[in-house]
Design a protein around this ligand. Structure first.
Ligand SMILES: *Cc1c(COP(=O)(O)O)cnc(C)c1O
Length: 232
């Protein structure tokens, strides 16, 4: 990977998404690339912005807060997505900073977000994370609790949920998880499906992903300790 640049890899990923979409009979424009820039400093992100990418994913509120305000001054049309677990006490900063939050997964967080959205008059798009593999260490609503949680989001907290997100267990083939998420979204009439990462975005597009979250295939590998689900 080190003989190519992030901008070259961005173009490869874009081409890969377009190819997967047409292979599976989908409009390439129906799949949005969220470039996951977590752990990479602003100077690594800048060339990717300059190459035209505008939608980025971050896992950590503090890191995003340090990195993005200055980049946003130069690229005001950037769209920032929070894809990592969110602590309720960071709901205020998350609502200020992010345009979409993919990790709504519990009542206390729904309540905290509803309060901040009302207070700030700013409403990030919301996705409910589903723990399709029912892994105890992972965030996300258990599949059996999705109906009740979506209902509570709407009636109890007045939140509009736009879609669902999942991170399949690392050791499983991902497609059954993507298929389950697709089915649950269809049952609830939800249009946004955030699924698929560097290793499996092709399978996710086959199963209906509208947003793929791709990090290492663009920016290169990250230090191990910072990987995936380890806390905002
Ligand atoms: C880090 C991360 C990604 C990107 O993973 P890659 O394998 O580097 O593409 C996607 N989604 C979530 C939730 C992540 O934490």
């Amino acid at each position: 990977m080190s003989d190519t640049t992030p901008v070259e890899r961005l173009q490869e990923v874009r081409a890969g998404i377009a190819r997967a979409a047409s292979d599976y009979g989908r409009d390439p424009a129906s799949v949005t690339l969220v470039a996951v820039s977590k752990t990479f400093p602003a100077e690594d992100v800048e060339p990717v912005l300059a190459a035209g990418q505008r939608i980025f994913g971050e896992n950590y509120v503090q890191e995003a807060k340090a990195k993005w305000p200055s980049l946003r001054e130069r690229y005001p049309d950037v769209e920032l997505h929070l894809i990592g677990p969110l602590q309720s006490n960071k709901a205020k900063e998350a609502v200020q900073l992010f345009d979409a939050i993919h990790t709504l997964d519990r009542p206390s967080l729904a309540e905290a977000l509803a309060k901040e959205i009302a207070r700030q008059g700013r409403a990030p798009r919301l996705l409910v994370q589903v723990n399709t593999g029912e892994e105890p260490q992972k965030g996300g609503v258990m599949p059996g609790e999705v109906d009740g949680f979506l209902e509570a989001c709407r009636t109890r907290w007045g939140l509009t949920v736009e879609g669902l997100m999942c991170i399949p267990p690392a050791e499983d083939p991902p497609s059954p998880h993507f298929a389950l998420l697709h089915k649950m979204a269809a049952q609830h009439g939800l249009k946004t499906l955030s699924m698929g990462m560097s290793a499996d975005y092709d399978a996710a597009i086959q199963m209906g992903a509208t947003h793929v979250r791709v990090g290492s295939a663009i920016f290169g590998s990250r230090p191990r300790a910072q990987k995936s689900d380890s806390g905002a």
